[in-house]
Design a protein around this ligand. Structure first.
Ligand code: NAD
Length: 272
């Protein structure tokens, strides 16, 4: 079930909700000591409750980790190494999703998206790479999206951050493989997690916006896709499977219900 020797250790960022929480529990079930990175320690109770319900108390430990804070990230990597002496798997999961039409998106939204979804994943990767390189093995699983492959109207801030992540990860994979480190990009379609409750409300264009009618269509499309997208536990199981397997021979993974999505079929023919 788990091909790592001894007590493997995994770091999952953005663990207080959605995929991150489910992935943490799934990895703990499969024998990992899981370090659950959470932005605010108040969320620890949520993680502990999920661990208790799954019967994996003691296998998940929360640490404060805001991926936009350099100090948090370097301290987290140092702490993991001090406590465990190893780090086998990183799941770079923390993210936000802001929507908006290109000419209407304010600068702070572009910055926020890139800082969390792209620079955040770069920061955490850079902090853990020396540990994995020294131990001669490791796996980095990047939570990308089909929005890292194709564009949709109104998705430019989010898609830009995920496209950047894909380019970063392609290069990283080539650099890291000789050191026994594998990089896999997971590219889900839309799933009904809390991410859609927050960012995409930012999309509300001004009443007289020329994009008003497009906005309605985009919101309807997003909501419908999130409703139909499947069970987020499917994504958690896929990530845990990739974390546990022997060195993966692939660099991209699409969850099954994403593959079955009509839009994914139409837009990603070469990849399905
Ligand atoms: P979510 O909102 O439940 O999870 C995102 C997590 O990231 C939250 O726990 C949040 O607190 C955390 N986070 C946000 N900013 C952070 C920061 N600066 N530092 C640390 N943590 C931070 O939503 P989710 O859907 O589970 O999203 C997880 C990942 O999956 C994201 O990278 C997202 O882009 C990706 N994704 C989601 C979907 C989907 O449809 N839900 C599809 C494709 C990809």
């Amino acid at each position: 079930m788990n091909t790592w020797q001894g007590n493997p250790v995994a770091l999952v960022t953005g663990s207080s909700s959605g995929f991150g929480l489910l992935i943490s529990v799934e990895l703990a079930r499969r024998g990992f000591d899981v370090i659950a990175g959470i932005r605010r320690m108040e969320a620890e109770a949520v993680v502990m409750e999920a661990a208790a319900q799954a019967g994996v108390q003691g296998k998940i430990h929360c640490i404060r980790l805001d991926v936009t804070e350099n100090d948090d990230v370097t301290e987290a990597a140092a702490l993991i190494f001090r406590r465990h002496g190893r780090l086998d798997v990183l799941v770079n999961n923390a993210g936000t999703a802001y929507g908006g039409f290109v000419e209407e998106v304010p600068a702070r939204i572009w910055q926020e998206q890139m800082d969390t979804n792209f620079h955040g994943m770069v920061r955490v990767t850079q902090a853990v790479l020396p540990i994995m390189r020294e131990q001669g093995k490791g796996r980095i699983i990047q939570m990308s999206s089909i929005s890292g492959r194709v564009g949709f109207p109104g998705y430019a801030p989010y898609a830009s951050s995920k496209f950047a992540l894909e380019g970063f990860s392609e290069c990283l994979a080539l650099e890291a493989r000789p050191f026994g480190i594998d990089v896999v990009l997971v590219e889900p379609g839309a799933y009904g997690t809390p991410i859609w409750d927050k960012g995409f409300t930012q999309m509300s264009a001004a009443k007289r916006s020329p994009y008003q009618s497009m906005l309605e269509k985009v919101l309807a499309f997003s909501q419908k896709s999130a409703r139909q997208g499947g069970d987020p536990r499917e994504v958690a199981k896929l990530v845990a499977h990739i974390a546990c397997m022997k060195r993966p021979a692939f660099r991209y993974a699409l969850p099954r219900s994403t593959r079955l999505t009509l839009h994914a079929k139409a837009l990603l023919p070469g990849r399905l």
